[in-house]
Design a protein around this ligand. Structure first.
Ligand code: CP
Length: 306
């Protein structure tokens, strides 16, 4: 059981909740590696996946997780819905819930959209990304993947590199990693580092090589051009020169580090192909672990309904 009815953000989860999710995910990882990957845990539970923003990994991962738990699944994409005709978020969700839906997985461009819904509806809500705010299941699968590779997160040094300002992955990772005892630094151009980060107990490093030399794990983030209303740096070429993670920099480090990326990758900008595809990289392990972690979240929330 979790201490909360919804997973709106890592901010609202206790350390015990996070540990429970990671332990449960371990069991589901064993399940999805069996020849028969399906269990009946969520039979007769209906889940709506509501995506008001584009997604590849998160949407497919949730749908697979739901189907492997034997849930009934409906998918909604804003681009082909009556949202285009002016229907509000609350009306859309209430109409879907009236068809006897039990749980809602939602991605929405507005920070706080899930918190708003949680004050108006009875179904369990899981945040699959709310604008620049939080992406809790990404942080949980990232924590699971680090723990799988390094054994534990306690006192591990994690560097988050890139567009911190526009990244929901960065904020959820900061909350999650700190709750699990890791040390977090961020690295990127000053224009892409929010000024409030020191208040969250996060150090800032502007020199990529120094940051990589400090860390055990580098989580490399995409530049979110679609969320940038002004130019934050002169060109992608210049960004890649100063903040792109390349093999030539990793070769100069005195120890080997683990490379992560939540996807989608912009090869040649924030990460070079010879790093993304190297033995240092656990990027595809992250994607694999996402299904088990999301199964754990769904299973633990559904358990509260009985
Ligand atoms: N990591 C992640 O959220 O990817 P998608 O946008 O493809 O879901």
């Amino acid at each position: 059981m979790l201490s909360t009815k919804h997973v709106l953000g890592i901010k609202y989860l206790t350390t015990a909740d996070i540990q429970k999710i990671l332990e449960t995910a371990q069991q589901f990882k064993e399940v999805i590696n069996r020849p028969i990957k399906k269990v009946p845990s969520l039979r007769d539970v209906t889940i709506a996946n509501l995506f008001f923003e584009n997604s590849t990994r998160t949407r497919i991962s949730f749908e697979l997780a739901e189907k492997r738990l034997s849930a009934d699944v409906v998918n909604f994409s804003a681009s082909s819905s009556s949202v285009k005709k002016g229907e509000t978020l609350l009306d859309t969700v209430n109409n879907i819930l009236s068809m006897k839906v039990d749980m809602v997985v939602m991605r929405h461009p507005s920070p706080g959209a899930h918190l708003f819904l949680s004050n108006h509806i009875d179904a369990n809500i899981i945040n699959a990304g709310d604008g620049t705010h939080e992406h809790p299941t990404q942080a949980l699968l990232d924590a699971y993947s680090i723990r799988e590779r390094l054994g534990s997160l306690d006192k591990k040094k994690i560097l988050i590199v890139g567009d911190i300002k526009h990244s929901r992955v960065a904020l959820s990772n900061i909350f999650c990693l700190q709750k699990l005892g890791a040390k977090v630094k961020v690295c990127g151009p000053p224009t892409l580092i929010p000024k409030h980060l020191p208040h969250l107990g996060v150090e800032v490093e502007y020199d990529l090589k120094k940051g990589l030399q400090w860390c055990d794990v580098a989580n490399v983030l995409r530049i979110q051009l679609e969320r940038q209303d002004i130019k934050y740096f002169p060109s992608l070429r210049e960004y890649a020169h100063y903040f792109g993670v390349k093999k030539s920099i990793l070769d100069e480090l005195t120890h080997q580090i683990v490379i992560m990326h939540p996807g989608p990758i912009n090869r040649g900008v924030e990460i070079s192909s010879d790093v993304a595809d190297s033995d240092h990289s656990i990027i595809l392990n992250q994607v694999e672990n996402g299904v088990a972690v999301r199964m754990a979240v769904l299973y633990l929330l559904a358990g509260q309904r009985n």
